[in-house]
Design a protein around this ligand. Structure first.
Ligand SMILES: [Fe+2]
Ligand SMILES: [Fe+2]
Length: 264
């Protein structure tokens, strides 16, 4: 598998928001609005990055195919922002111009090189993978569920893409340095997860997640992501995996197994 495979995947995936049911008549109830309003605003803001710094860092790799894949990846994140924004417009939820959590992540990424920028991005992607699964269950809006389902599938491939690059960047590295780096990024993951829970608590509750179950979902997803950076399965959907399928917990992006929960 190569960066060309990811570029081809992102190209083929460009049109998959064209047939959403925008005519869905469901208006979020007052309960549902209270549950999802703040988190939708936060995550829509987070998805809307121009990606200038990330793109500049990606140039450091000196690989035209990687750069092309990165450009398409950034566009895909912007499509998430556009789709969520349109849904919010329909529901009368104002868009945010800025959010401290988003500013903190952007600030961190600005001062780091490519590898650490990707590691910071990865923590946000893990939070997103779990969040959209929760958001799926937080309301009875069929349109929002369609949106969540498609973003979840995209986020799964984003995790694969970043892990594939990180595996490439850190090949052959080990020892105390690698162990310390792993610990530092686990701490960042824990901090990002706590911040996300604190700012989007109402949505997690409506989706059936308390702090402990949310934490457990993050730990499982992050463990999968760490394995992918070492010797776990990475595959472009529909293509050949890098390594045989590893046995382990399924990703948070997969179809929610739990019963759909009503907003309180
Ligand atoms: Fe996204
Ligand atoms: Fe993503």
């Amino acid at each position: 598998m190569t960066f060309t495979d990811f570029k081809t995947y992102f190209q083929a995936n460009q049109g998959h928001y064209t047939d959403l049911a925008w005519d869905d008549p469901h208006q979020l109830t007052a309960h549902e609005l209270r549950a999802v309003r703040a988190s939708l605003q936060t995550f829509q803001r987070g998805e809307s990055s121009e990606g200038h710094y990330l793109y500049a860092r990606a140039k450091q790799l000196g690989d035209a195919e990687y750069l092309a894949a990165m450009r398409l990846f950034i566009k895909e994140e912007q499509r998430h922002a556009a789709v969520l924004g349109r849904f919010m417009d329909q529901q009368g939820i104002p868009r945010l111009r800025g959010h401290w959590l988003d500013a903190a992540f952007r600030g961190l990424r600005r001062v780091l090189g490519l590898e650490h920028t990707l590691r910071v991005l990865l923590t946000a992607e893990v939070v997103a993978a779990v969040y959209y699964r929760v958001l799926f269950s937080a309301t009875y809006s069929g349109l929002l569920q369609q949106i969540c389902r498609r973003i979840m599938l995209d986020e799964e491939m984003h995790l694969n893409f970043q892990c594939f690059t990180l595996r490439h960047l850190s090949a052959g590295r080990g020892g105390v340095g690698a162990w310390l780096r792993r610990l530092a990024y686990r701490a960042l993951m824990a901090g990002a997860a706590l911040a996300a829970y604190a700012t989007s608590r109402a949505t997690f509750r409506a989706g059936g997640y308390g702090l402990l179950s949310f934490g457990a979902a993050i730990v499982a997803e992050y463990a999968r992501v760490e394995r992918m950076q070492q010797d776990g399965l990475i595959a472009v959907r529909g293509g050949q995996p890098v390594a045989p399928a590893a046995v382990g917990p399924v990703g948070a992006w997969q179809w929610p197994g739990q019963q759909l929960r009503a907003a309180p």
